[in-house]
Design a protein around this ligand. Sequence first.
Ligand SMILES: C[S@@+](CC[C@H](N)C(=O)[O-])C[C@H]1O[C@@H](n2cnc3c(N)ncnc32)[C@H](O)[C@@H]1O
Length: 257
Amino acid sequence: MHTVSIKQRVRESFDKAAVTYDGAAVVQRRVCDRLLQELAEPEPFPARVLDAGCGTGYGSGQLRKRWAAAHITGIDFAPSMLALARKETDCCQAADIEKLPFAEACFDLWWSSLSIQWCNAATVFSEAVRVLRPGGQIAFSTLCPDTFAELRAAFAGVDQHRHTLPFDEPDAINAALAGAGLRDIRLIRERHTIYYPELKSLLRSIKAIGAQNVGEGGRSGMMGRAAWQKVEAAYERFRTPAGLPASYDVLLGYARK
Ligand SMILES: C[S@@+](CC[C@H](N)C(=O)[O-])C[C@H]1O[C@@H](n2cnc3c(N)ncnc32)[C@H](O)[C@@H]1O
Protein backbone atom coordinates (compact mmCIF):
# COMPACT_ATOMS: atom_id res chain seq x y z
CA MET A 1 0.00 0.00 0.00
CA HIS A 2 2.78 2.36 1.04
CA THR A 3 4.87 1.54 -2.06
CA VAL A 4 1.92 2.33 -4.30
CA SER A 5 1.52 5.80 -2.84
CA ILE A 6 5.23 6.61 -3.29
CA LYS A 7 4.99 5.48 -6.90
CA GLN A 8 1.91 7.65 -7.40
CA ARG A 9 3.75 10.68 -6.07
CA VAL A 10 6.70 10.02 -8.39
CA ARG A 11 4.30 9.68 -11.31
CA GLU A 12 2.48 12.93 -10.44
CA SER A 13 5.77 14.87 -10.24
CA PHE A 14 6.81 13.66 -13.69
CA ASP A 15 3.37 14.28 -15.07
CA LYS A 16 3.48 17.92 -13.92
CA ALA A 17 7.03 18.38 -15.21
CA ALA A 18 6.41 17.30 -18.82
CA VAL A 19 6.23 20.86 -20.18
CA THR A 20 9.41 22.04 -18.43
CA TYR A 21 11.37 18.78 -18.84
CA ASP A 22 13.11 19.40 -22.17
CA GLY A 23 14.34 22.87 -21.13
CA ALA A 24 16.04 21.47 -18.02
CA ALA A 25 17.17 17.98 -19.08
CA VAL A 26 20.80 18.83 -19.90
CA VAL A 27 22.46 15.90 -18.11
CA GLN A 28 19.64 13.56 -19.15
CA ARG A 29 20.38 14.36 -22.83
CA ARG A 30 24.10 13.88 -22.35
CA VAL A 31 23.59 10.52 -20.63
CA CYS A 32 21.18 9.34 -23.30
CA ASP A 33 23.74 10.23 -26.00
CA ARG A 34 26.46 8.36 -24.11
CA LEU A 35 24.21 5.31 -23.69
CA LEU A 36 23.69 5.17 -27.43
CA GLN A 37 27.37 5.84 -28.19
CA GLU A 38 28.52 2.87 -26.07
CA LEU A 39 25.86 0.49 -27.40
CA ALA A 40 27.58 -2.08 -29.61
CA GLU A 41 25.79 -2.53 -32.92
CA PRO A 42 23.26 -5.35 -32.34
CA GLU A 43 23.27 -8.09 -34.99
CA PRO A 44 20.83 -8.22 -36.75
CA PHE A 45 19.58 -4.64 -36.36
CA PRO A 46 16.92 -4.27 -33.62
CA ALA A 47 13.61 -4.18 -35.51
CA ARG A 48 11.44 -3.95 -32.37
CA VAL A 49 12.63 -1.51 -29.71
CA LEU A 50 11.11 -0.65 -26.34
CA ASP A 51 11.98 2.71 -24.72
CA ALA A 52 11.05 2.07 -21.08
CA GLY A 53 10.40 5.35 -19.23
CA CYS A 54 10.62 7.30 -22.48
CA GLY A 55 9.75 10.68 -20.94
CA THR A 56 9.29 13.25 -23.72
CA GLY A 57 10.86 10.85 -26.25
CA TYR A 58 14.40 12.20 -26.67
CA GLY A 59 15.92 8.69 -26.52
CA SER A 60 13.34 7.30 -28.96
CA GLY A 61 14.24 10.08 -31.40
CA GLN A 62 17.95 9.24 -31.17
CA LEU A 63 17.24 5.52 -31.58
CA ARG A 64 15.18 6.33 -34.68
CA LYS A 65 18.13 8.29 -36.14
CA ARG A 66 20.34 5.22 -35.68
CA TRP A 67 17.83 2.64 -36.95
CA ALA A 68 15.33 4.38 -39.22
CA ALA A 69 13.42 1.16 -39.95
CA ALA A 70 12.98 0.11 -36.31
CA HIS A 71 9.52 0.03 -34.77
CA ILE A 72 9.85 2.01 -31.55
CA THR A 73 7.43 1.60 -28.66
CA GLY A 74 7.59 4.13 -25.83
CA ILE A 75 6.14 3.52 -22.41
CA ASP A 76 5.96 5.85 -19.45
CA PHE A 77 3.61 6.05 -16.47
CA ALA A 78 3.21 9.85 -16.79
CA PRO A 79 0.55 10.64 -19.43
CA SER A 80 1.77 14.21 -20.08
CA MET A 81 5.25 12.90 -20.86
CA LEU A 82 3.75 10.37 -23.26
CA ALA A 83 1.75 13.06 -25.04
CA LEU A 84 5.07 14.68 -26.01
CA ALA A 85 6.78 11.36 -26.81
CA ARG A 86 4.11 10.49 -29.36
CA LYS A 87 5.90 12.25 -32.22
CA GLU A 88 9.16 10.34 -31.59
CA THR A 89 7.69 6.83 -31.32
CA ASP A 90 5.64 4.50 -33.51
CA CYS A 91 3.35 3.75 -30.65
CA CYS A 92 3.28 4.69 -27.02
CA GLN A 93 1.42 3.49 -24.04
CA ALA A 94 0.97 4.42 -20.40
CA ALA A 95 2.56 1.57 -18.48
CA ASP A 96 4.78 0.69 -15.53
CA ILE A 97 8.35 -0.43 -16.25
CA GLU A 98 7.96 -2.97 -13.44
CA LYS A 99 4.87 -4.57 -15.02
CA LEU A 100 5.02 -4.42 -18.79
CA PRO A 101 1.78 -4.95 -20.75
CA PHE A 102 3.55 -6.95 -23.49
CA ALA A 103 3.81 -10.61 -24.44
CA GLU A 104 6.96 -12.70 -24.02
CA ALA A 105 9.82 -12.25 -26.49
CA CYS A 106 8.33 -9.37 -28.51
CA PHE A 107 11.30 -6.93 -28.45
CA ASP A 108 14.87 -7.08 -29.81
CA LEU A 109 16.14 -4.16 -27.72
CA TRP A 110 14.95 -3.03 -24.29
CA TRP A 111 16.24 0.52 -23.71
CA SER A 112 15.85 2.77 -20.67
CA SER A 113 17.68 5.99 -19.85
CA LEU A 114 17.63 7.44 -16.32
CA SER A 115 14.27 5.97 -15.41
CA ILE A 116 14.87 2.80 -13.40
CA GLN A 117 16.37 4.51 -10.35
CA TRP A 118 12.82 4.90 -9.01
CA CYS A 119 12.17 1.17 -9.47
CA ASN A 120 13.26 -2.14 -8.03
CA ALA A 121 16.14 -3.25 -10.25
CA ALA A 122 15.46 -7.00 -9.94
CA THR A 123 11.80 -6.54 -10.93
CA VAL A 124 12.73 -4.26 -13.84
CA PHE A 125 15.30 -6.66 -15.28
CA SER A 126 13.14 -9.75 -14.94
CA GLU A 127 10.36 -7.92 -16.83
CA ALA A 128 12.90 -6.85 -19.46
CA VAL A 129 14.02 -10.46 -19.86
CA ARG A 130 10.43 -11.65 -20.21
CA VAL A 131 9.64 -9.29 -23.13
CA LEU A 132 13.02 -9.73 -24.90
CA ARG A 133 13.54 -12.38 -27.54
CA PRO A 134 16.36 -14.87 -26.85
CA GLY A 135 19.59 -13.07 -27.80
CA GLY A 136 17.91 -9.65 -27.43
CA GLN A 137 19.80 -6.78 -25.80
CA ILE A 138 19.21 -4.45 -22.94
CA ALA A 139 20.77 -0.99 -22.65
CA PHE A 140 20.13 1.27 -19.69
CA SER A 141 21.48 4.15 -17.68
CA THR A 142 20.85 4.69 -14.01
CA LEU A 143 22.34 6.59 -11.05
CA CYS A 144 24.79 5.40 -8.39
CA PRO A 145 25.22 6.54 -4.78
CA ASP A 146 27.57 9.52 -5.36
CA THR A 147 24.82 11.33 -7.27
CA PHE A 148 24.05 14.71 -5.63
CA ALA A 149 26.76 14.11 -3.01
CA GLU A 150 27.10 17.90 -2.63
CA LEU A 151 23.40 18.22 -1.85
CA ARG A 152 23.54 15.49 0.79
CA ALA A 153 26.63 17.08 2.36
CA ALA A 154 24.99 20.52 2.43
CA PHE A 155 21.92 19.16 4.22
CA ALA A 156 23.90 17.00 6.67
CA GLY A 157 23.35 18.29 10.18
CA VAL A 158 20.57 20.66 9.10
CA ASP A 159 17.74 18.12 9.10
CA GLN A 160 17.12 14.38 9.26
CA HIS A 161 15.26 14.07 5.95
CA ARG A 162 16.36 12.08 2.94
CA HIS A 163 17.44 14.40 0.10
CA THR A 164 18.28 11.94 -2.65
CA LEU A 165 16.99 8.54 -3.74
CA PRO A 166 18.65 5.47 -2.19
CA PHE A 167 20.69 4.78 -5.36
CA ASP A 168 21.96 1.22 -5.96
CA GLU A 169 25.68 0.39 -6.02
CA PRO A 170 26.93 -1.02 -9.37
CA ASP A 171 27.47 -4.40 -7.64
CA ALA A 172 23.77 -4.56 -6.74
CA ILE A 173 22.81 -3.70 -10.33
CA ASN A 174 25.21 -6.34 -11.61
CA ALA A 175 23.67 -8.93 -9.26
CA ALA A 176 20.14 -7.95 -10.37
CA LEU A 177 21.12 -8.35 -14.04
CA ALA A 178 22.75 -11.74 -13.45
CA GLY A 179 19.85 -12.82 -11.21
CA ALA A 180 17.42 -12.07 -14.05
CA GLY A 181 19.41 -14.43 -16.28
CA LEU A 182 21.19 -11.80 -18.41
CA ARG A 183 24.70 -12.44 -19.75
CA ASP A 184 27.56 -10.52 -21.41
CA ILE A 185 27.02 -7.80 -18.79
CA ARG A 186 29.03 -4.62 -19.36
CA LEU A 187 28.86 -1.70 -16.91
CA ILE A 188 30.47 1.73 -17.35
CA ARG A 189 30.49 4.17 -14.43
CA GLU A 190 31.11 7.84 -15.21
CA ARG A 191 30.54 11.23 -13.62
CA HIS A 192 28.59 14.04 -15.24
CA THR A 193 28.57 17.42 -13.53
CA ILE A 194 26.36 20.38 -14.23
CA TYR A 195 26.86 23.86 -12.77
CA TYR A 196 24.32 26.40 -11.55
CA PRO A 197 24.74 30.05 -10.48
CA GLU A 198 22.99 29.39 -7.15
CA LEU A 199 21.31 26.68 -5.08
CA LYS A 200 17.80 27.89 -5.89
CA SER A 201 18.31 27.41 -9.63
CA LEU A 202 19.85 23.98 -9.02
CA LEU A 203 16.80 22.82 -7.03
CA ARG A 204 14.42 24.50 -9.49
CA SER A 205 15.97 22.53 -12.33
CA ILE A 206 15.56 19.19 -10.49
CA LYS A 207 11.89 20.09 -10.03
CA ALA A 208 11.54 21.14 -13.70
CA ILE A 209 12.60 17.60 -14.63
CA GLY A 210 10.13 16.12 -12.11
CA ALA A 211 12.90 14.28 -10.28
CA GLN A 212 12.38 15.80 -6.81
CA ASN A 213 10.76 12.69 -5.29
CA VAL A 214 13.18 10.80 -3.09
CA GLY A 215 10.89 8.08 -1.72
CA GLU A 216 10.38 7.34 1.92
CA GLY A 217 11.79 9.86 4.41
CA GLY A 218 11.72 12.91 2.14
CA ARG A 219 10.73 16.36 3.38
CA SER A 220 7.01 17.07 3.11
CA GLY A 221 6.76 20.63 4.47
CA MET A 222 8.55 23.92 3.83
CA MET A 223 11.99 24.60 5.24
CA GLY A 224 12.57 27.40 7.79
CA ARG A 225 14.59 30.46 6.73
CA ALA A 226 17.48 29.84 9.13
CA ALA A 227 17.83 26.22 8.04
CA TRP A 228 17.75 27.23 4.38
CA GLN A 229 20.53 29.79 4.92
CA LYS A 230 22.64 27.10 6.59
CA VAL A 231 22.19 24.77 3.61
CA GLU A 232 23.00 27.56 1.14
CA ALA A 233 26.19 28.43 3.06
CA ALA A 234 27.20 24.75 3.25
CA TYR A 235 26.68 24.27 -0.50
CA GLU A 236 28.85 27.35 -1.21
CA ARG A 237 31.87 25.31 -0.04
CA PHE A 238 31.61 23.38 -3.32
CA ARG A 239 31.50 26.47 -5.57
CA THR A 240 33.93 26.44 -8.50
CA PRO A 241 34.62 29.14 -11.13
CA ALA A 242 31.92 27.42 -13.23
CA GLY A 243 29.31 27.72 -10.45
CA LEU A 244 27.69 25.35 -7.94
CA PRO A 245 28.18 21.74 -9.07
CA ALA A 246 25.54 19.00 -9.10
CA SER A 247 27.23 15.65 -9.68
CA TYR A 248 25.59 12.71 -11.38
CA ASP A 249 27.23 9.34 -10.70
CA VAL A 250 26.03 7.56 -13.83
CA LEU A 251 26.03 3.87 -14.67
CA LEU A 252 25.63 2.76 -18.28
CA GLY A 253 24.68 -0.91 -18.56
CA TYR A 254 24.48 -3.44 -21.39
CA ALA A 255 23.56 -7.12 -21.39
CA ARG A 256 22.09 -9.86 -23.52
CA LYS A 257 19.34 -12.41 -22.92
C1 LIG B 1 14.38 11.45 -15.78
S1 LIG B 1 13.08 10.96 -16.87
C2 LIG B 1 13.96 10.25 -18.23
C3 LIG B 1 13.15 10.30 -19.49
C4 LIG B 1 13.85 9.84 -20.77
N1 LIG B 1 14.22 8.45 -20.71
C5 LIG B 1 15.05 10.71 -21.06
O1 LIG B 1 16.17 10.18 -21.11
O2 LIG B 1 14.88 11.93 -21.24
C6 LIG B 1 12.40 9.55 -16.05
C7 LIG B 1 11.10 9.06 -16.71
O3 LIG B 1 10.79 7.75 -16.19
C8 LIG B 1 9.41 7.66 -15.95
N2 LIG B 1 9.23 6.61 -14.94
C9 LIG B 1 9.79 6.52 -13.69
N3 LIG B 1 9.39 5.40 -13.09
C10 LIG B 1 8.58 4.75 -13.96
C11 LIG B 1 7.84 3.52 -13.90
N4 LIG B 1 7.88 2.73 -12.82
N5 LIG B 1 7.12 3.16 -14.99
C12 LIG B 1 7.06 3.96 -16.09
N6 LIG B 1 7.71 5.12 -16.20
C13 LIG B 1 8.46 5.52 -15.15
C14 LIG B 1 9.01 9.07 -15.51
O4 LIG B 1 7.63 9.32 -15.68
C15 LIG B 1 9.89 9.93 -16.42
O5 LIG B 1 9.24 10.27 -17.61
